[in-house]
Design a protein around this ligand. Structure first.
Ligand code: NAD
Length: 274
């Protein structure tokens, strides 16, 4: 299915529409008039099924009800954006491939077994998978990659993430992705060089170590800093999120890019041409 003939409208089916990210997207859709919501999917167990999706998200009524079946909505769709649950994505992927509808997956925690179906799907539809859809974080990753490649190994890398008190995992997924960017640029394997949470008699730093530290508290949306600590100088690269809407806005911007792409596997870097 291709974008409507006028080349403007994008008929969107949003999966995970009753959730936190789905709600952010529904509240932001008015910023991007190119989008027209044609379907809103939530879990079959969701108490809000049947309700107006936008009204449920706290926005003005849109006339699209929350439903639990994706496939019947795809005949009218130009794009699916998925912010649901890692275990649910496989079924959504299969439905999009069968209907030939481009798919943007913002959902995290995808099972390892999904890697082969994702690769196969990319031969048939435009597919973008992004665990972080912030445009700023995407640029930060690229800057970190370049700095890690350009600076000699004497510049030791420490990565700091700051999040609100409710966050349960540390380091954050984004901090780990930044660590992966450093490791890849330096020809290392992150698993062999990551060092988290020094405490007590931690001993001296080993060569090539990539250090992680996590601060938790308050309502911090998310801050990531990568420090390159060298002899006589230090370089810091920082991204600070002040509003969760950045992930929704980035996903919508990426989606409007994705609908014009041929089948293939894409990332946020492709969206920004970096
Ligand atoms: P949430 O729990 O608030 O919402 C989940 C949504 O998915 C709900 O609408 C739920 O009904 C729906 N859902 C669950 N199982 C489903 C199924 N089997 N079929 C259809 N719909 C189903 O979660 P959230 O905070 O909105 O996060 C959703 C996902 O997005 C998570 O994986 C999260 O880690 C990820 N996330 C990604 C980014 C990013 O930048 N890419 C940012 C924030 C969150």
């Amino acid at each position: 299915m291709s974008v409507e003939q006028d080349g403007q409208s994008i008929r969107l089916v949003l999966v995970g529409a009753s959730g936190r990210m789905g709600g952010q997207i529904l509240r932001l859709l008015h910023e991007m008039p190119r989008y027209r919501l044609v379907g809103a999917v939530a879990s079959a167990h969701n108490a809000a099924l049947g309700q107006d999706a936008a009204r449920h998200a706290g926005a003005a009524q849109c006339g699209v009800s929350l439903s639990s079946a994706l496939a019947p909505l795809l005949g009218e769709a130009d794009l699916v954006i998925d912010f649901s649950s890692g275990t649910a994505v496989g079924a959504h992927l299969a439905a999009c491939v069968a209907a030939r509808v481009p798919l943007l997956i913002g959902t995290t925690g995808l099972p390892q077994e999904l890697q082969a179906p994702l690769a196969a799907a990319a031969a048939r539809i435009a597919l973008l998978v992004a665990a972080n859809t912030s445009l700023g974080v995407c640029v930060l990753e690229e800057l970190v990659r370049r700095a890690a490649a350009a600076l000699p190994a004497q510049f030791e890398v420490e990565i700091l993430d700051v999040h609100h008190r409710h966050k349960v995992d540390a380091p954050s997924g984004t901090a780990l992705a930044l660590g992966e960017a450093v490791a890849a640029a330096r020809g290392q394997r992150l698993a062999e060089h990551a060092r988290s949470g020094r405490h007590g008699a931690a001993g001296p730093r080993s060569p090539g170590e990539i250090g992680f530290a996590a601060l938790r508290g308050g309502d911090a949306v998310g801050e990531h800093e990568v420090r390159f600590l060298g002899p006589g100088e230090a370089l810091s690269l920082t991204h600070r999120a002040t509003d969760r809407a950045i992930f929704a806005r980035g996903a919508l911007q990426a989606g409007s890019w994705l609908v014009s792409q041929p089948p293939g596997r894409y990332s946020m870097r492709d969206v920004l041409s970096i």
